[in-house]
Ligand binder design. Structure first.
Ligand code: S3P
Length: 436
């Protein structure tokens, strides 16, 4: 039988919590460490299916890693031994599972190798658009064939070869596309330039610096000289703010709650969720521990009655993964919450506009759906119900929180094994609050 979450309303959102390592940073740490010229000690790696698939893909390209905490299949602390750019041809297709980030970033690297490779994924990933990375990579000279049943979708068959640099304007605000081009640019002699229509998460650029790669950011333009050495470095991966977001909202929507989330990443290209929840009326204290590289700190959230808000277009890329849980906050807040300019939600692990709207309605919440987002008249409440995850980790977790915040009735979230892609300990954390 598939896994479910059974959630009763209530629970005390008080105490302290730390969430697992950041997903975006863990993917990049696995790739860049594998490309580096030596041993990289990586601590607090997100040992979830998505990131372990990327790590295993690097291992299938000849990279080795020695686990010092966790297991080979679920490493938390490890030493990844880089191959100095000398990757080996994989013996089988590289399986990215559910992860768009893994597939798109690896494609950037693989396009530039002297061997052929194939990237495959699960049913959801095999329906997600890969044309967005194929277009710039092909312009750089890459040979990539999208061999999926759906046009422009995985499996990706890559014939490795020499790339040339590119000056590319992203048609959409996507850190994955930006990063695929920058990783490919590392192997192209000359200057690669990427212009973004809006600021997106800048982990690739920050990690490039950590691995000794010089790249310049001016406004929304990133410039990189190719053929730089990737230097081995040690990293501690901060907690994932996108995982923390479930608890930020749960606490913020519970008047009287006081929850401290420790050692979480506070990269300003990821913290719009904190700004928005504050704007909706919650008090959130930020304690910055370190602002070097990837900023890190503690957040203390004080619950209160929230007020609805309108998300600004420039905020959307910065909280794109948090929209499902933000919609939960919007339903409970007084006044309307408006999330528009978010077409990108339609091409995530599920069409998240559709799946959020369906689950809100199943739990008794009124919502208007638009092609690019949703509007929620506030001042509503959740009634416990049986909802689907649709195989999407963030939908499963957002609606478990809706169940916790429900006015009445038990909630069952069906098909919840998908949370293992980003937050394997979510179930434990949920039961900790549920039974408090
Ligand atoms: C990610 C970028 C975002 C985000 C995803 C992780 C990354 O995707 O939704 O969860 O690590 O670069 P897009 O680049 O498609 O916006």
């Amino acid at each position: 039988m598939s896994e479910t979450f059974q959630v009763s309303p209530g629970g005390v959102l008080t105490g302290e919590l730390s969430v697992p390592g950041d997903k975006s940073i863990s993917h990049r740490a696995a790739i860049l460490s594998g490309l580096s010229d030596g041993d990289c000690r990586i601590e607090n790696f997100l040992s979830s299916e998505d990131c372990v698939n990327t790590l295993k893909a690097m291992a299938n390209l000849g990279v080795t890693y020695t686990v010092t905490r966790g297991t080979v299949d679920a490493p938390i602390d490890m030493v990844i031994s880089g191959k100095g750019g000398q990757l080996l041809a994989p013996k089988a297709p590289l399986d990215c599972g559910n992860s768009g980030t893994g597939m798109r970033l690896l494609a950037g690297v693989l396009a530039a190798q002297s061997f052929d490779s194939e990237l495959i994924g699960d049913e959801s990933l095999s329906g997600r658009p890969m044309g967005r990375i194929m277009t710039p990579l092909q312009e750089m000279g890459a040979q990539i064939d999208a061999a999926g049943e759906k046009a422009g979708c995985a499996p990706l068959k890559i014939t490795g070869g020499q790339l040339t640099p590119i000056d590319y304007t992203l048609p959409m605000a996507s850190a994955q596309v930006k990063s695929a081009v920058l990783l490919a640019g590392l192997f192209a002699p000359g200057t690669t330039v990427v212009h973004q229509p809006a600021t997106t998460r800048d982990h690739t650029e920050r990690l490039f610096h950590a691995y000794g790669i010089d790249c310049q950011t001016e406004g929304n333009t990133i410039t990189l000289e190719g053929l730089q050495a990737v230097k081995a470095c040690d990293l501690i991966v901060p907690g994932d703010i996108s995982s923390a977001a479930f608890w930020i909202v749960a606490a913020a929507c519970s008047p009287g709650a006081k929850l401290k989330i420790t050692n979480v990443g506070l990269n300003p290209t990821r913290t719009a969720i904190v700004d928005v929840i504050e704007r909706m009326g919650a008090r959130i204290e930020r304690e910055v521990i370190s602002s070097e590289g990837e900023p890190l700190g503690h957040l203390t959230i004080y619950g209160s009655e929230l007020t609805g808000t309108e998300i600004l277009p420039e905020e959307v890329p910065n909280l794109i993964d948090e929209v499902p849980i933000l919609a939960v906050a919007g339903a409970l807040a007084s006044g309307r919450t408006v999330i528009r300019n978010a077409h990108e939600l339609r091409v995530k692990e599920t069409d998240r506009i559709d799946t959020v709207v369906k689950n809100l309605r199943t739990m008794g919440v009124d919502v208007d759906e638009f092609e690019d987002g949703l509007e929620i008249p506030g001042g509503q409440h959740f009634t416990g119900a049986t909802v689907q995850s649709y195989g999407d980790h963030r939908i499963a977790m957002a609606f478990a929180i809706a169940g916790l915040l429900a006015k009445e009735g038990e909630t069952t979230v069906e098909n919840t094994a998908c949370v293992n892609t980003s937050y394997p300990s979510f179930r434990d954390h949920l039961s900790k609050f549920q039974n408090a």
